[in-house]
Design a protein around this ligand. Structure first.
Ligand code: NQM
Length: 381
């Protein structure tokens, strides 16, 4: 194929937590949303269940893209747009953010020269464009260079790597505008009790036992249970309406978590659907949001979870491949629960640096580099 038949785009393939995908500078991508989405679909090889004609990994967790740029907002270093590229549908959803891909934003921003490193840690303040919220990632940079080597293990990733601490400041109501979008800690959806909550990720928290499940089933078993999945989807559609998200048939939010009593010394066991497939672990902002439900008086977690009522609380969330700890600073005032901060540890690694090629008939490339970010809504290519 001649060089002119493809457009090359500078790219770093990165693992962020338990997710993986290409990282781009916003200035290297098209500035209009529909063209950008066509480029991302072509880059990942979607729609196709195997994503054979692109770099997507044929799974929602490896069909993710991060777009990063320098920020001009006061106190913010960089802006991060997350794009969930559907594997088998021509859809790019920029409604939610992703806390796993977020873990790699700091290292990428430092290595691409957007943030000057300091020794031994560089704190990168990141504006998450999808949700309009802020996170601070503390990236190990001994001697002023990003290091990926270290002793931190996270469930779902083999081996160990350098710990990146992430502090979330203001994730409450990230998409829905309120921690409890219906105003209730407990709602009824089609006869089932649910907590509809958004502390970084809109979630429907349900009891596994209300669906005849233990909550300890393997993801593959839950994924093959078509009756359960149809029931959960019906509840999710109802929940989406109640949470002010409108018709969520073709949206990836809200996500769903089935909870059960812990099995290994944690506070709660989870099986999380993103939203149609059971996650092999649990997403970052899903863990933050489910953990918040666990410290919320009157939620569906009541009677399943017992967390000490302290100003700073550690919640250990068990999932199919291990556990995820989130530290919360919480204030209960006048019957309202306010989460001041949540913190957790992730790891990340740069896997490949180079140029990603897309057919020139999808995009001919850039003539000039706009500085604007690419906001977006769900696009049908
Ligand atoms: O909740 C999965 C993941 C995620 C999202 C998904 C995430 C989060 O595990 O912040 O990280 O929703 O597809 O990467």
């Amino acid at each position: 194929m001649s060089r002119a038949s493809q457009t090359s785009i500078p790219c770093t393939l990165m693992r962020g937590g338990t997710s993986k995908g290409p990282f781009f500078l916003a200035s290297d991508l098209p500035s209009d949303g529909p063209t950008r989405d066509r480029v991302l679909l072509a880059a990942m090889g979607s729609p196709d269940p195997r994503q054979i004609d692109g770099v997507g990994g044929a799974d929602p967790l490896t069909s993710k893209v991060a777009i990063v740029s320098r920020s001009s907002r006061p106190g913010i270093d960089v802006e991060y747009v997350f794009a969930q590229v559907s594997v088998d549908r021509p859809l790019v959803d920029v409604t939610p953010t992703c806390g796993n891909m977020l873990a790699a934003v700091g290292p990428f921003a430092i290595e691409r020269g957007l943030v000057a490193p300091t020794d031994p840690i560089t704190s990168v303040t990141i504006y998450m464009v999808n949700t309009g919220t802020v996170a601070v990632a503390h990236v190990p940079t001994p001697g002023g260079e990003v290091t990926y080597a270290g002793g931190a293990a996270i469930a779902g990733v083999p081996g160990t790597a350098a710990a990146i601490r992430i502090d979330f400041r203001d994730t409450t109501g990230s998409v829905c505008g309120a921690l409890l979008p219906t105003g209730n800690a407990l709602d009824q959806l089609d006869g089932i009790e649910a907590t509809l909550i958004d502390n970084g990720m809109p979630m429907v928290v349900l009891r596994a036992s209300d669906f005849g499940k233990s909550g300890y089933e393997a993801p593959a078993e839950l994924n093959s249970d078509q009756k359960l999945k149809a029931r959960l989807e019906a509840i999710r559609i109802l929940a989406g309406e109640r949470m002010g998200l409108g018709d969520v048939h073709s949206k990836v939010i809200p996500k769903i978590t089935l909870i059960a009593p812990p099995q290994s010394g944690g506070h709660v066991m989870t099986r999380t659907f993103i939203p149609h497939k059971c996650h092999p672990a649990i997403g970052v902002l899903m863990a933050v949001t489910v953990g918040t439900a666990c410290v919320l008086p009157g939620s569906v977690a009541y009677g399943i979870v017992s967390v000490q009522d302290e100003p700073v609380q550690q919640v250990s969330i068990e999932h199919p491949s291990g556990e995820f700890s989130v530290e919360f600073q919480v204030e209960h005032t006048g019957g309202e629960t306010k989460v001041i901060r949540s913190s957790l540890i992730r790891t990340a690694r740069a896997l490949f640096r180079g140029e990603l090629l897309v057919p020139a008939n999808v995009w001919v490339g850039k003539e000039s580099r706009p500085s604007a970010d690419v906001p977006g809504t769900m696009q049908h290519a």
